[in-house]
Design a protein around this ligand. Structure first.
Ligand SMILES: [Zn+2]
Length: 121
């Protein structure tokens, strides 16, 4: 599946005094920049900027925040609609959908695994 990006982003050129250009658009829940093609195909390109702060996230950032768990990184990207990915993750952990292993820190979906898939705790 492929969607048009929400809003637009052009990386600035600080050496020329050009700031980043960020144009947010309405996601249905918030004003954001979100680029699905960048997330899927260019993991080092900016693919998400949340509603209230000019924080730029790449696909690699999503994967890092998900502790390398691709399914969680993917859901995190597609379900973010204004919040920061960090806030999304905190909500998932709070609601019990995602478990953060108390021993090794691995993230995993409760519906998929009953114990940590890495350390078995
Ligand atoms: Zn573990």
């Amino acid at each position: 599946m492929m969607y048009e990006p929400i809003g637009g982003y052009v990386e600035g050129e600080p050496e020329k005094g050009l700031p980043d250009y960020i144009e947010r658009a309405w996601s249905g829940k918030g004003w954001i920049f979100q680029d699905f093609d960048a997330f899927e195909n260019w993991p080092d390109h900016v693919c998400y900027i949340p509603e209230f702060i000019d924080a730029k996230y790449t696909g690699e950032d999503f994967l890092r925040l998900a502790r390398g768990q691709e399914e969680i990184a993917r859901d995190m990207f597609y379900e973010c609609s204004g919040e920061t990915p960090e806030d999304w993750l905190a909500c998932q952990i709070e609601s019990g959908r995602v478990i953060r292993c108390g021993r090794c820190g691995t993230l995993y979906y409760k519906k998929r695994k009953k114990v940590c898939p890495y350390c078995g705790k």
